[in-house]
Design a protein around this ligand. Sequence first.
Ligand code: AMP
Ligand code: MG
Length: 271
Amino acid sequence: MSNHSERWRVSPGGHVDLAKEPTNSTDGAPGDKAETAEATAELTLKLAELQTRLWAEGKRSLLLVLQAMDAGGKDGTVKHVFTGVNPAGVRVVSFKVPSELERSHDFLWRIHNEVPAKGEVGIFNRSHYEDVLIVRVNELVPETVWRPRFEAIRNFEQNLADEGTAIVKIFLHISKDEQAERFQARLDDPSKHWKFSTADLDVRKKWDDYQLAYADALEKTSTDDAPWYVIPGDRKWYRNWAVSSILVDTLDALDPQYPPPEPGLDEIKIV
Ligand code: AMP
Ligand code: MG
């Protein structure tokens, strides 16, 4: 794995203090905004090639978990980082407030159903982590219920990893000021009104509680086989480059291979 990915990785068992983690750094970037965007475009091509190989190989899968505060850039990251990737092998799943049916099962039931099949790249826009974040902050269930979920999550993800899924978990870390700016932009631009929800303001009021819940979740569930990465998210161009770098690093390490051809293809003549 390159040094780039290491820079943002939460070491297993390590302590996380999000107040000390920068939201606007451009550490390690290959240059200014324009130069970094160019490097990202190259990574996008690599990502597309690696994804084609993963799909052709059909033996392993990649799961990207994206978590962030509202307006943290989850949708923008998906849109930019996966530009040019063959949609056939990629699936984005957005997890919303659970339905009655989903709530009548254990919290991982709806998640397990959506994990990527062999050959696929799965992208979770929100995830099972909501069950230790909003659920914890809003006290939707008692601590005796959400606390054991850290271990359940570690076991669940370990099982996925053991069965051939590479897992990348990314927390897009923005500042409270940056969120205010992005909310304002959503209010000012009619074409962005649909992205704004007044409920987001209630969540914003609990900013500190969420930061603590996030830190705890990152600490308790970053493992060798399912690491968390904290990405400074205030600058979108840096964020896109960072996420692209991690995905390319991860797929490079998997080194997916095209399957061997049927024997005798070189003797075939199409008439
Ligand atoms: P959005 O991502 O803006 O479409 O909003 C989805 C909403 O669903 C967010 O407010 C999430 O916190 C909420 N949500 C997602 N998963 C859960 C969950 N397991 N329990 C409660 N709320 C959830
Ligand atoms: Mg929203």
